[in-house]
Each structure stands twice: as C-alpha cells, then as structure tokens.
Design a protein around this ligand. Structure first.
Ligand code: PLP
Length: 370
C-alpha cells in the first residue's frame, strides 16, 4: 500500500456523503461567488475560534495581504517576522513594499523567539507577524506584550495552526488579526485554495470585508483600494462538511503525533510541544543528521518525506535585496539543515505508522553505523 505524506483522499472516502451533498447544493443554487455557504462558514468558524469576526478569503497568502492592507501597512513600514516559515509570510510584507525584519526562532519550537523581538523594533515598525509553525502556536502572550509596549499590531500567521490551542485559547484568536489557510492538506482543508482572517475588532473586520471585494462598500462603490480575495462558495461548502468532524480529526492528529513521539523517542529529535500548547501537527517534523541520506533510505522503503523548509527566507534569492547573508539567523539556518517531515493525516492507521517508524529507526541507525 502506498504511503502518502498527507492522504486527502482517505478523508474524502470517510466523509463522501456529506461533502457530496454540500457541493451538490451549491451546484443546484448556482451562487458560486459569495453564496450563502460563505457566511454560514464564517459564522461557524468565528464561533469555533472564539472571535467576533471571520472573513473568508481566497487563500492563506491573501489572508495575510488583506490583514496588512486593513492595518494600513504602507511602503517603508517594517513588519517583524520569522525567517523560518513558508515564503508567503515574508512575501506579502514585501509585496506591500514594506520591509520584513527577521528575528530568529526558538530552536525548541521553531517559532519566533519573543526575547529577541524588542531589539528589532524601530520607529518604522508597524506590526509583528509571528507564525505558528507546524501546528503549534507561537508564544503569543509574550509577543503581544512587546507589541503593547510599542503600540504595534500583531498578526498571527496561523497558516499551519488552525484548531491549535494556546493556554486553552484557539489559534487565530490570540492577536489583533489571525489568518489561516485551508490548503487541502491542512488540518481543515478544502478542495482547492481557501483561507480566512479572524478578529474581534469591528472596524478592521469591516475593512477586511471590503478589501476582499475590491474595496467595495456596496455594489460598484469603492471607498478604498482592495483586491479580489473572495472565498469560493464551493470551497466554503467543502469546509462546512469538514467542520462537522474537525474535533475528531484534531483529536486523531494529536493521538498520531503523540504516538510518533513515543515510538521515535531516542532515535531522532521529535517535536517539542510547550505544556500550554496543543498542536494540530500540520506537519510532523523531526530532526535528523545527514538528512538527504535518510530521506533516500525512507523513499526506498516507500515512505515519503518533505522538508519544511530547506532555505530560510533571508537566504532566498527573492530577499537578496535585504543583504542578509549566511549566519544572520543561526537557529533558523540550523533548523533548515536538519528538519524533515513524516506522513501525517488523521486517517494514518497504526500499522502504517508502525511501518514508518520502523523505516525511520532503521534509516537513522544505518546512517549512525556508517
Ligand atoms: C505559515 C503559512 N502561511 C501562509 C501560507 C499560505 O497559504 P496558501 O497556500 O493558502 O496561500 C501557508 C501555506 O502553506 C503557510 O504554511
């Protein structure tokens, strides 16, 4: 049996009747753009996250853009973020002609190190954008405290952490604005692109709603500049079907994550989850020596792996203009050399997981013996 990194088809087989019914309802009513499912989903997700407003958007990248546009991030402004993330985080800052100011990570959690943020604040800093990587929230209370001292907004890039808990509160409810992605392999994923912004701030919510539809207040009236960042009705329908089993899926992910931790202990560095955090394990990411060899051995055993992420943002050619060379953020650079993600999805059964664990144990043992 083929092992997949994120088996989205297994989940579809499990949920087929309810997903098909939801999608067919959209095909029948024909309101493909901003149909009733979008508002229904927004109400459900706002309640789940525990905030006043959810604004469905076209993807997690646009969620970041819409959030920053609503906050009025202008060219020349600085936004503090982590270099150890998916490109979208830094990319959207740069797209607005603002400057990403990178701060290194805490190597235990791979999230922004709050103790290092204050030194990066300047008179141009407008916001802090932590990423809750691999499904575990960044230390939002500590980050919010720095932001409060300097009058900064905080955007949690929850592109990997939707459903995670931080001190009992949900990811995306922990700062000025929280954003997420519903990319198909996420803990809550649709069947194409999707995303959302969350906030308790009425005025920001109103701005984000306008920005996602060309800055429109009512049809063909545009008080502000926006973009097209609408969430498709069909994607909202898929998400509505999946929200019904989200709690079950999150519990399965956590159980599988913990089981990996127990079975791999001593062989590789397994994820460290802070006691106040509950991870959704968007990725199950371990650290290994000689990663390329280990990946090749696993591939030969039919176990797919991926690297999230091999090159920190400050070393990406796209950010060469920032002039930040090797050695600028040693913790991020070290993590980028060593991390490797294993198959993780709520339908991963114990027999398959045992096969993966055995393959990992023998791949790293061969390497050590060599
Ligand atoms: C942390 C993070 N932010 C933003 C995004 C962008 O989301 P999307 O692919 O939906 O645009 C991702 C996507 O994986 C992500 O992992």
């Amino acid at each position: 049996m083929t092992i997949e990194l994120h088996d989205v088809r297994a989940q579809y087989r499990r949920l087929k009747p309810r997903i098909d019914a939801r999608m067919h309802a959209v095909l029948e009513h024909g309101q493909f753009i901003m149909g009733p499912e979008v508002a229904e989903l927004e109400a459900k997700l706002a309640a789940f996250v525990g905030v006043k407003h959810c604004i469905g958007v076209s993807d997690g990248t646009k969620a970041l853009l819409v959030a920053m546009m609503a906050l009025g991030i202008d060219p020349g402004d600085e936004v503090i973020t982590t270099p150890f993330t998916f490109i979208a985080t830094g990319e959207m800052i740069a797209l607005l002609r603002a400057k990403p100011v990178f701060v290194d990570i805490d190597p235990r959690t791979y999230n922004l190190d709050p103790a290092k943020i204050e030194a990066a604040v300047t008179t141009r800093t407008r916001a802090i954008m932590p990423v809750s990587l691999y499904g575990q929230c960044a230390d939002m209370d500590a980050i919010n405290a720095v932001a409060a001292r300097h009058g900064l907004a905080v955007i949690e890039d929850g592109g990997q952490s939707f459903g995670a808990l931080y001190h009992g509160r949900r990811s995306c409810a922990l700062s000025t604005i929280g954003t997420t992605s519903f990319f198909p392999t996420k803990a809550l994923g649709c069947y194409g692109d999707g995303g959302a912004c969350f906030t308790d701030d009425d005025a920001l919510a109103e701005r984000m709603r306008q920005i996602r539809v060309h800055g429109q207040s009512k049809r063909y009236y545009h008080p502000i500049i926006g973009i097209n960042a609408r969430l498709d009705t069909l994607q909202a329908a898929v998400l509505l079907a999946k929200v019904e089993v989200l709690a079950e899926d999150l519990a399965a992910r956590e159980r599988i994550g913990r089981r990996y931790g127990e079975k791999l202990a001593g062989a590789v560095r397994t994820p460290y989850i802070e006691p106040h955090n509950r991870s959704v394990y968007a990725q199950y990411t371990i650290e290994v020596d000689a990663r390329t060899d280990v990946q090749a051995r696993l591939k030969a055993e039919g176990v797919p792996t991926a690297v999230h992420y091999p090159l920190p943002l400050h070393l990406q050619p796209a950010f060469a203009g920032l002039g930040l060379g090797e050695g600028s953020f040693p913790k991020s650079e070290a993590a980028a050399r060593r991390v490797m993600s294993l198959p993780m999805h709520p339908d991963l059964d114990e027999a398959t997981q045992d096969r993966i664990v055995a393959a990992v144990r023998s791949a790293v043992a061969v390497r050590t013996a060599a």
